[in-house]
Write a protein that binds this ligand. Structure first.
Ligand code: FAD
Ligand code: NAP
Length: 316
């Protein structure tokens, strides 16, 4: 029986592993379906991780995290987790896609969330090189320049307002003339002189060169607009990676909010004792590396106390 199973090996999972093992837990496994590092490894420029003062790529930022975490005994298994189940003795069964399973006294879910793609031509090619899904991460690179935002939900409008504080001008592109976002947010966008709306329109393709994005071709009711901007922020929804919590009957193992984000308290405890969530998969996550790492540390510190408190598991 593992003391702790960590699901996901991004900043949250790796930091949880570091704190759990350095804090004395002996039998800790991090299940990561790919290489450890998480989604930040897709970023070409990170300049907001405190203490790392040079601008680095996401790969460079994450390079030594696995080695540091494993120095204290964390084990990595390159396995995809299919489902987490709770047993009557309070332990958890981790069902793996390979057909194997493991048992653990506690679990930290660090599976992150994935921004949806809009599906226009060049989206993947220019992702991280002009096409962005994170205004907090990349907005500053466009200080004094013009950018475009795609989407009509709360995220797109809130991020357009955030960007308007930094950049010269924001073109907000939305495929309808009605927004999904809250009316108060829509009103703030409408009143912002730095935001220009391009409605009933969608992005057809983006273009540029090896240096990055040069422009966005927009289709507005059959007419093409060539918007010459170096940055396009895509906010067309998020997929929360919560599948591991889905039970056979379709319910979730613990409480999630209406968008599928895991509800946690300030200890990163979910509604189920022994089950924790950290990083972008949790409710109200600021979706930043530093915050995900902080969550992972918080969860691990609290798991150590939990395991001390429960002592031996009670038979069913
Ligand atoms: P993730 O990093 O998403 O890690 C989750 C991990 O879980 C993944 O490795 C995944 O493979 C694994 N996983 C998922 N499901 C399973 C499963 N069933 N079984 C096993 N493994 C599983 N943040 C910043 O602070 N600064 C930036 O400049 C910045 N730039 C960004 C640029 C880009 C292009 C992107 C995409 C994000 C950027 N971010 C930035 C956001 C940052 O990457 C995330 O907030 C952070 O990575 C979240 O960490 P996490 O550990 O919660 O999740
Ligand atoms: P969302 O509400 O699903 O909105 C996605 C937007 O993107 C929609 O306007 C949609 O257009 C558009 N879109 C989707 N696919 C597209 C495509 N392929 N091409 C072009 N446009 C596309 O997503 P979200 O804004 O990320 O919000 C997710 C949830 O979190 C929502 O329930 C939201 O209310 C909530 N949230 C709340 C807050 C807050 O309360 N402060 C903040 C952020 C998010 P259509 O409108 O035409 O479908």
């Amino acid at each position: 029986m593992l003391d702790l199973a960590i699901i996901g090996g991004g900043p949250a999972g790796l930091t949880a592993g570091l704190y759990a093992t350095r804090g004395g837990l002996k039998n800790v496994v991090m299940f990561e379906k790919g290489m450890p590092g998480g989604q930040i490894t897709q970023s070409s420029e990170v300049e907001n991780y405190p203490g790392v003062c040079k601008v680095v790529t996401g790969m460079e930022l994450m390079e030594c995290w696995p080695e540091q975490a494993m120095r204290f005994g964390l084990k990595h298994e390159m396995e995809e987790v299919r489902r987490i189940k709770r047993e009557c003795d309070g332990s958890f069964t981790i069902e793996l896609a390979s057909g194997k399973s493991e048992k653990a006294k506690a679990v930290i879910v660090c599976t992150g969330s994935t921004p949806k793609r809009a599906g226009f031509e060049g989206e993947e090619e220019f992702l991280g090189r002009g096409v962005s899904t994170c205004a907090t991460c990349d907005g500053f690179f466009y200080k004094g320049k013009e950018v475009a935002v795609l989407g009509g939900g709360d995220t797109a409008l809130e991020e357009a307002l955030y960007l308007a504080n930094i950049v010269e001008k924001v073109y907000l592109i939305h495929r309808r003339d009605k927004f999904r976002a809250a009316p108060t947010t829509v009103e703030r966008v409408m009143k912002n002189p730095k935001i220009e709306l391009i409605l009933n329109a969608n992005v057809k393709r983006v273009y540029g060169n090896e240096m990055g994005l040069e422009g966005v071709i927009i289709d507005r009711q059959g007419k093409e607009i060539d918007l010459k901007v170096p940055g396009l922020f895509v906010f067309v929804g998020m997929n929360v990676n919560n599948d591991v919590l889905k039970q056979e009957d379709g319910s979730f193992l613990c409480d999630v909010n209406e968008w599928g984000e895991v509800k946690v308290n300030l200890k990163m405890e979910t509604s189920v004792p022994g089950l924790y969530a950290a990083g972008d998969v949790r409710e109200f996550a600021p979706k930043q590396v530093v915050c995900a790492a902080g969550d992972g540390a918080t969860a691990a510190i609290n798991v150590i106390s939990y395991i001390e408190k429960i002592g031996e598991l009670q038979p069913c």
